[in-house]
Design a protein around this ligand. Structure first.
Ligand code: GLU
Length: 427
């Protein structure tokens, strides 16, 4: 096994469990200090430049009107227009959208994309809404934010519980308001509406590339590796498939309701066939375990691909994997990061591992702008090259500076935005 020489954790010893926004700020501050930037740069970057709250009335199927609350955050547009997904989830909060917008800025910086970060969210439960109600909500959201966004201002995309159909409704609504066909307003569209080949699987592909690189560094052969993937949504399900096809043994998967575990390997193709569009699968089985139990099962590679705050100070000591690759946003708390790092578990952070989605979104936007479309092989090749380059920049930064990969990723991710903000004379 190759030693990583990763000795210092992202946060100080007295760091307690923090919410996502506060913990992101701690790492940004640390990254900026190490890069030699004065505190005023941190003061600018610790929050989104703009945060819009909207109220969206939707006529429901029973004839009543329900008013939903939504947000759109634009973190920093010094480098270029802001970019990031829209999440439909009952737990969406303003702080969460703010933190997620900051993460999008970091992802854009890490992948060297000409964007700043943005994020949107609507407090709703799409699992309990009809197709017609979802269309009303998607169109209503775009009407509410239309003056705030646009192909050269802020470009939305899919996130948790939103998909290419929702992107299609949003693009259609924006195009009506704009009076032009505006495919570049949003990414993650169906191919026939200017979507890009490879966008649907891009996050999973990016994570797979990171897993291969990480396994390589740790001398693990992916063909012999036992992998657990927490989450069976867009990222988790395609990821399980890619890893299975690469010869790895996927021994555990989960959804919001429970987890399936089989040390001999799961039949991923069967599970993919039976999952619903929200990634629900475990309801079909009796012999399930909990998500928390799944995380602690023996394996070589653990991929949290569901929601935030899964690996914490409570369970980080019990993680058996030697590599943890974060496909979800924020699955490991600061304390969790510290414990995994001290235990010499290689942790590939979310802002690196999950940046394949926004990278192919960038390719989609470029194709929309130029009106010329690339075949899937070209997208794959561009994504693979970009991910490998960024992974190694961050891995090497971590090794040379004796820091964990999260802090290294933040240093790489924040630099361009800090530099651009300075050149513009903002700080
Ligand atoms: N929602 C995805 C993310 O968190 C993709 C964003 C995009 O494609 O712009 O990275």
């Amino acid at each position: 096994m190759v030693a990583d020489h990763v000795t210092q954790s992202t946060n100080g010893d007295d760091e307690t469990q923090l919410d996502m926004l506060s913990s992101t700020r701690v790492v940004i501050k640390n990254a900026l200090e190490r890069l030699g930037y004065p505190n005023e740069v941190y003061e600018l970057l610790k929050d989104s430049l703009r945060m819009l709250t909207v109220r969206i009335p939707v006529r429901m199927d029973d004839g009543s009107i329900k008013v939903f609350t939504g947000y759109r955050a634009q973190h920093n547009d010094a480098v270029g227009p802001t970019k990031g997904g829209v999440r439909f989830h009952p737990n969406v909060t303003e702080d969460e959208v703010n933190a997620l917008a900051i993460w999008m800025s970091l992802k854009a910086g890490i992948m060297d994309l000409p964007y700043g970060g943005g994020k949107g969210g609507i407090i709703c439960d799409p699992r309990e809404m009809s197709f017609r109600e979802l269309e009303g909500l998607s169109r209503g959201y775009v009407r509410a934010i239309s003056q705030f966004v646009g192909p050269t201002k802020d470009i939305p995309a899919p996130d948790i519980f939103t998909n290419s159909q929702i992107m299609a409704w949003m693009m259609d609504e924006y195009s009506r308001i704009d009076e032009y066909n505006s495919p570049g307003f949003i990414t993650g569209k169906p191919i026939v509406l200017g979507g890009s080949h490879g966008r649907e699987t891009a996050t999973a592909k990016g994570v797979t590339i990171c897993i291969k690189e990480a396994a390589n560094k740790r001398g693990i052969d992916l063909e012999d590796a036992r992998v657990i993937v927490q989450g069976f949504g867009n990222a988790g399900s395609f990821l399980a498939k890619f890893l299975h096809d690469a010869g790895a043994k996927v021994i555990g998967i989960s959804d919001a309701y429970g987890a399936l575990h089989d040390p001999d390997g799961l039949d991923i193709d069967y599970l993919l066939d039976r999952r619903d569009s929200f990634g629900t699968i475990t309801k079909l089985f009796n012999n399930t375990i909990t998500n928390q139990e799944l995380l602690e099962q023996d394996c070589d590679i653990l991929v949290p691909a569901a929601v935030q705050n899964q690996i914490t100070k409570e369970n980080a000591h019990n993680i058996k994997a030697s590599i943890v690759v974060e496909a979800a946003n924020g699955p490991t708390t600061p304390e969790g990061t510290k414990i995994l790092t001290e235990r010499d578990i290689l942790l590939v952070p979310d802002v690196m591992a999950s940046s394949g989605g926004v990278t192919v979104s960038y390719f989609e936007w470029v194709q929309n702008n130029q009106g010329y479309y690339w075949p899937e092989e070209e997208i794959d090749e561009k994504l693979t090259k970009a991910m490998i380059k960024s992974f190694n920049t961050i891995y090497n930064t971590a090794r040379t500076r004796q820091i964990d990969m999260r802090l290294a990723a933040y240093m790489v991710g924040v630099r361009k935005m800090a530099e651009a903000s300075r050149f513009r004379g903002w700080v």
